[in-house]
Design a protein around this ligand. Structure first.
Ligand code: GLC
Ligand code: GLC
Length: 653
């Protein structure tokens, strides 16, 4: 629809642009701006329409988009156009990611360049390099407390190192993902320093209050994110003698998005990193972007409007760049971060599938897939042009954020079920060999989450200590089983560095005073490259895990049915230990892959006939694509060994 008001405003804005911008060749910029301006204007108006300076702010916003467009490298602009043409590129099964801390993985950014071949050996072609920006010397929440959004932390390298890494990666066809911490800054950021010094302009960048009146109202409904290390959501700043909103740690100041200047600063930062060659930007803690008294201050409608606006603006300047939403929230809320539209992602093209992750851990602990099934059955469907990041572990804790109704539906009581899971993963439960640690325990609410390396959580640490060969086999099989699920579910699998060689918990790091209080550090490893070399020694856990994952990755890349076109059907089986779904090749009828995982310690059977007429296979031709072998069958009963999986197909190709 042609919209007069926004169009005439756009014309006025273009007239007001600085002459040096007007003089340049902005053809693509203008066509994209024309296409997106109505949306940007409407969103901006909804959020900031009451302000007298709205038009001045809009001019500034358009200027920021134009300047960053002019600064954007030719090669990146070419890529933008290619990706506009081939806009489903990221739904392909060919992408496999890994998240890593560059210092833990390779010492620093330069070291990373020397380790790209290791990633390629494994088959990883998308790397999330965890926070690299300048942050405080002491505690910095793993770099998520940023003190300068435009410079790399000197302990990790320089901006030039990053550019060199990004061009090396591009040559090798590896996508680069970087973080933009949009919700807060470190208290050492210049904006915070100026706010402390009394500059009103910068005090307005944050939520700062003279007394406890408003903070107390907020506290009535806001949960605590780090109840042990940073209780409450406000911190008294003694220099100003004022209360600052600090939802995460007390040194992370929440940004105030009801101020358009903050939004515009952040767009400038997003586009800056797009211009450094990032293919994907991970927007941190997006659920928290809008605060309202009387609410949880998560998932507010305005947070979605801000993300839509960020997407629209990025589409004008750097349309090839994708966003990942890091929103670890309730299942019904997560899919909203794709943006509520019929087809296209209007907010973030990619979102962490925290629901699936937590459900997989539930299946592992209970040895059955009841809740996993139920939870996935109720996971709201996803837009066509959006995809999941499916993962088993990451740098954060495992939150048990299942839907209570689902827990009840499968016959558990929510409180005691969660208690069981925490006990199980921290090894308190009798039969458990898990070595996790509690995280974020809240005495008041009884909540707790779990930290720990994948290998330690599935029992490898205990089995190795005890020289228990069967235990070692089980834990390796579990590591492969969990990965087989995230590799076939639909979406981009995201491995976590060190898991590919079975890295165990690092307890020594808890002695570090800047890390000690936060158990997530036990699973943020420094890679032991001598151990990594054990991947070449037959029979070692390192070799078995590494080669297992490497094979899984290479097989995944050849299965078109694993691309993400909402081409997955969950299958209801009579056997509670099994999780099964069908993937179908959207481009070739009849090319289906049956995925089934057995979470039990004994072999389990699946009667193929019971799965309905949509699941019809030529039994004689059935083959497991992962192992290349025929599965065990008794008549039409498929037998799945303990802790293992099949990717079955009867197609001859
Ligand atoms: C995200 C990060 C987490 C961090 C938090 C605050 O959730 O993944 O590590 O603590 O944001 O920035
Ligand atoms: C909370 C946040 C999530 C973050 C985590 C870090 O769960 O919702 O964004 O990853 O804390 O522990």
């Amino acid at each position: 629809m042609y919209e007069q008001i926004s169009h005439s405003m756009l014309n006025r804005i273009l007239d007001e642009l600085k002459p040096e911008i007007r003089a340049r060749d902005l053809r693509h910029f203008y066509t994209r701006l024309g296409a997106n301006f109505y949306a940007i204007y409407s969103l901006f108006y909804q959020l900031y329409g009451k302000r007298e300076d709205i038009e001045r702010q809009m001019v500034r916003l358009v200027e920021v988009m134009a300047i960053n467009y002019l600064r954007r490298d030719k090669a990146l602009k070419k890529l933008d156009i290619e990706r506009e043409r081939n806009h489903n590129w990221f739904l392909s099964q060919e992408w496999v990611g890994m998240a890593l801390y560059s210092d833990g993985f390779a010492g620093n950014l330069q070291g990373m360049r020397g380790r790209l071949s290791y990633l390629q050996e494994l088959g990883v072609n998308m790397v999330h390099v965890m926070p690299i920006l300048q942050c405080p010397q002491g505690a910095s929440d793993g770099g998520y407390a940023v003190s300068n959004f435009r410079d790399v932390d000197e302990r990790i390298g320089t901006l030039d190192d990053l550019r060199a890494l990004s061009s090396d990666m591009r040559r090798r066809n590896i996508l680069l993902t970087l973080d933009v911490v949009v919700n807060h800054t470190s208290d050492e950021h210049d904006w915070a320093a100026r706010a402390r010094a009394g500059e009103k302009k910068y005090q307005d960048y944050y939520y700062i209050f003279d007394n406890r009146d408003i903070p107390d109202m907020f506290e009535e409904t806001m949960p605590e994110i780090f109840p042990e290390t940073s209780p409450g959501n406000f911190t008294l700043n003694e220099t100003m003698d004022k209360w600052v909103m600090t939802v995460f740690n007390n040194y992370q100041w929440d940004l105030n998005y009801s101020n358009p200047a903050v939004f515009i600063e952040m767009i400038d930062i997003i586009l800056f990193w797009a211009n450094q060659g990032a293919d994907i930007l991970r927007l941190d803690a997006v659920a928290f972007l809008w605060k309202k008294i009387g609410t949880l201050c998560q998932n507010e409608r305005e947070a979605h409007l801000i993300l839509q606006m960020m997407k629209d603006c990025c589409q004008v300047t750097a349309p090839g760049v994708l966003f990942i939403a890091e929103a670890i929230v309730a299942p019904v809320e997560i899919t909203k971060y794709f943006g509520e539209d019929a087809v296209i992602a209007k907010e973030c093209e990619i979102a962490y599938n925290a629901t699936f992750m937590a459900l997989l851990w539930d299946a592992m602990a209970t040895k059955n897939a009841k809740l996993l099934n139920q939870g996935i059955l109720n996971l709201p469907s996803k837009l066509d042009r959006a995809t999941w990041l499916n993962y088993v572990r990451c740098h954060d804790d495992i939150g048990l954020g299942f839907d209570d109704a689902d827990i009840v539906q499968v016959g558990y009581e929510p409180f005691s079920h969660r208690r069981f899971l925490v006990d199980y993963f921290t090894g308190k439960f009798d039969e458990s060999t898990a070595r996790g640690q509690p995280f974020g325990q809240n005495e008041r609410t009884g909540d707790a989450r779990i930290s720990g390396e994948l290998a330690s959580l599935v029992g490898l640490e205990v089995a190795l200590e005890q020289g228990d060969q069967e235990g070692i086999d089980h834990s390796i099989n579990l590591i492969l089983l969990l990965h087989s699920m995230v590799m076939s579910f639909g979406g981009i699998p995201l491995l976590y560095y060190g898991d590919e060689i079975g890295t165990l918990n690092n307890y020594a790091i808890m002695q570090d005073e800047n890390k000690g209080g936060d158990s997530r550090w036990i699973h943020r490893p420094v890679i032991d490259w001598e151990r990594a070399d054990m991947r070449y020694k037959r029979g070692t856990p390192e070799q078995r895990i590494f080669d297992g994952l490497k094979k899984m990755i290479s097989v995944r890349k050849c299965i078109p049915a694993f691309a993400d076109y909402n081409n997955r059907d969950l299958l209801q089986t009579e056997n509670i230990h099994l999780f099964a779904f069908m993937r179908s090749n959207p481009f070739q009828l009849g090319d289906n892959v049956l995925v089934v995982g057995n979470f039990d310690a004994s072999p389990q059977s699946l009667t193929l006939g019971e799965l309905g007429k949509n699941v019809s296979f030529e039994l004689g031709r059935l083959r497991d694509l992962y192992s290349g072998e025929s599965p065990q069958l008794f008549k039409d009963q498929l037998v799945i060994p303990a802790y293992s999986f099949y990717w079955l197909s009867d197609s001859m190709t």
